[in-house]
Design a binder for this molecule. Sequence first.
Ligand code: ATP
Ligand code: MG
Length: 258
Amino acid sequence: MSETSRDRTGDATREPMVVIEGVNKHFGDLHVLRDINLTVGRGEVVVVLGPSGSGKSTLCRAINRLETIESGTISIDGKALPEEGKPLAQLRADVGMVFQSFNLFAHKSIRDNVTLGPVKVRKQKKAQADEKATSLLKRVGIEAQADKYPAQLSGGQQQRVAIARSLAMDPKVMLFDEPTSALDPEMVGEVLDVMVGLAKEGMTMIVVTHEMGFARKAADRVVFMDNGQIVEVATPEEFFANPRSERARDFLGKILTH
Ligand SMILES: Nc1ncnc2c1ncn2[C@@H]1O[C@H](COP(=O)(O)OP(=O)(O)OP(=O)(O)O)[C@@H](O)[C@H]1O
Ligand SMILES: [Mg+2]
């Protein structure tokens, strides 16, 4: 792929899925998103890197409107983010989000965690939702645990359930915000494997992670943020071998020598 097709306006060979234009956000005096422009194509995997406090989580949260923005526009699959109400609930269902903490419903079985959204939001029949849950749990390697409760599962297993739960809604985009940061090291791989599988199947993904192996293996592009701005957008090969900005070089120096 040519250099120009991978610039910050997006990959020209792909249909746009997430389009972020001129987005700004403050928390009080703090300008946390500064004129963010980014287009993520259908089926594209974008890894967002950057130091703590650079705005990565805020950007993810803005994409499914868990955070409001002050200016600019964000659209998903050609539709601008709705302000509120039913259209917003619909949009949220189209944008799966997996956080650092698993946020499973503690008093519901693993299967019911996965079927709840499809039944309540998508109005699927329970039997149909159950069937889909079984296949999704199989896909993330948890089918044997379907009748257990979240507390009976390891962190890595719970995070895989959280991914299955998002997938049950047939999202158009999946956002991941440091999905492996809270896991014991031996469980990181099993979650990343599921994510690599999803990427290979063509899911559109925006992934905030410090797992450079994942970025190298699965990312089409790396977005480097610092101080609320997108400082660099490059392929993983370009970014890791030859970061253009001093800030990215400094960041990579710190994490790679850890
Ligand atoms: N609800 C909030 N109210 C006030 N300030 C906030 C709020 N959420 C985030 N911030 C601030 O906004 C900035 C960006 O935060 P954000 O969580 O997006 O960073 P991040 O890049 O995800 O960092 P980390 O790598 O530590 O997760 C930080 O300075 C943070 O302290
Ligand atoms: Mg964060």
